[in-house]
Design a protein around this ligand. Structure first.
Ligand code: HMG
Length: 403
């Protein structure tokens, strides 16, 4: 597979400052804590405050990406927001970000949706925009931003979370060059959905796990074609992570598909070895922030890039994006020379270190207040806040100029 000169120039992420340790939620719901920490592999979930929504999370991630990359607003010619937590049925989140980030009017902006795949859809579209020449030297900003919400007291409640990732896509990228060949899989299934009148998603949980694994198998087959197994050339494998155990199940499926010639014991040995090396170390943000839907895969990329830094330069990574409903895509890229310096500016570990831990009553208060929509902003160190809703219009505040 050839590596092109289009890819991720800079990555920025943001997770809410508040988090709920899941052992506290398990105690409140009468669930054994090991079912969550071991059974799902999850330790905490990020909880959006009432003054946060997908616009503020996305704007905060995007501002961090632009700053870290030293990218001026007038370099951005395309702004795409992938989200399944839209704030309006017609007005796109992207137009709020466009204003909050101070981008120029010479910019195309829109929002797109395909469950958790929406961010990757934006990445693929942006890469094609750059490769086609339509970008005319400018860069694209793709923002994946979401809040995972299920009914309080449901088994899926433990797989909530919130966060955003912003990817600046351009030619001669300074972080990760993306390979031109990708593999896709699409199928109409009812594994997870959210009707227009609901804040919380509906899900057929166990079926959704099967749909995810089917999509992985299909996308991987499409990516590989008749080529040799790809696992051995990867320095890391990143999977969409609704809960960390899902990445483990996904990797097991990948090993089975990549090495059908091995007997079950040999497959298990290969799975255990490769999971510990290629997958598990990059799940830490997912363990701490929960499901971030469109952003999930890119939070994994952020943790990998920041933790391994310059050691990744010249190394390949494989990524699997999944959106319920469903769409899967397997793709890959190579960390470029000098990428360690850009990875060091992501600041993911610092975001986690600065968190405030909630108790269950505070979490439930945030959920109730959030449903009512916005309060005066609180100084939580973030750049953008929801300041209120009046006449069905959402108002946002920005604490300081970005550029
Ligand atoms: P559940 O009913 O809570 O869990 O649902 P379970 O009974 O299946 O148990 C979960 C695991 O815990 C099992 O392990 C148990 O054995 C284990 P597994 O067999 O799977 O390896 N367990 C224990 N382990 C240790 N000690 C114990 C113990 N008890 C049980 N005492 C489910 C779990 C994930 C289905 C639920 O949380 C849910 O519905 N979540 C939402 C849906 C979801 O995340 N689906 C993932 C695939 S679809 C996807 O990724 C797309 C998505 O991100 C949305 C989008 O695309 O927009 C969701």
């Amino acid at each position: 597979m050839t590596t092109t000169d289009v890819g991720i120039d800079q990555l920025g992420i943001y997770v809410p400052r508040h988090a709920l340790p899941l052992d506290r939620l398990a105690a409140a719901r009468g669930v054994p804590p090991e079912k969550i920490s071991v059974g799902l592999g999850a330790l905490a979930m990020a909880v959006p405050a009432p003054w946060e929504d997908t616009v503020t999370l996305g704007a905060n991630a995007a501002a961090r990406a632009l700053r870290a990359g030293g990218i001026a607003p007038d370099e951005i010619g395309l702004l795409v927001v992938g989200t399944e937590t839209a704030v309006d049925h017609a007005k796109p989140a992207s137009i709020f970000l466009h204003e909050l980030l101070g981008l120029t009017s010479r910019c195309r902006t829109f929002e797109l949706k395909h469950a958790c795949y929406g961010g990757t859809a934006g990445v693929m579209m942006a890469v094609d925009w750059v490769r086609s020449g339509a970008a005319r030297g400018r860069k694209a900003l793709v923002v994946a931003t979401d809040i995972a919400r299920y009914d309080l007291g449901s088994s899926a409640e433990f797989t909530q979370g919130a966060g955003a990732a912003a990817l600046v896509i351009g030619a001669e990228p300074r972080l990760l060059a993306l390979d031109a060949g990708t593999g896709v899989y699409a199928s109409n299934v009812w594994d997870f959905w959210r009707p227009l009148d609901r804040r919380e998603a509906l899900v057929d949980g166990k079926f959704s796990v099967d749909c995810y694994l089917d999509a992985l198998g299909g996308a991987l087959a499409d990516y590989r074609g008749d080529a040799a197994p790809v696992m051995e050339r990867m320095t890391a494998l990143l999977y969409h992570t609704p809960f960390p155990k899902m990445a483990q199940k996904a990797h097991r499926r990948l090993v089975e598909r990549e090495h059908p010639e091995l007997d079950p014991d040999a497959q298990t040995a290969l799975f255990e070895r490769s999971y510990a090396e290629l997958v598990e170390p990059w799940l830490w943000l997912a363990r701490q922030a929960g499901n971030t839907y469109t952003a999930s895969l890119y939070l994994g990329l952020a943790w990998l890039a920041e933790q391994r830094g310059a050691a990744l330069e010249g190394r390949d990574v494989g990524l699997f994006s999944y959106g319920s409903g469903c769409q899967g895509e397997f793709f890959s890229g190579r960390f470029v020379a000098g990428s360690g310096a850009h990875a060091a500016r992501i600041g993911a570990a610092a975001l986690l270190a600065d968190r405030v831990l909630l108790d269950v009553a505070q979490y439930e208060d945030f959920v109730r207040e959030g449903a009512r929509g916005g309060t005066p902003s609180i100084d939580d160190g973030a750049l953008c806040h929801l300041t209120g809703v009046s006449d069905h219009k959402r108002h946002y505040g920005r604490q300081e100029a970005i550029a």
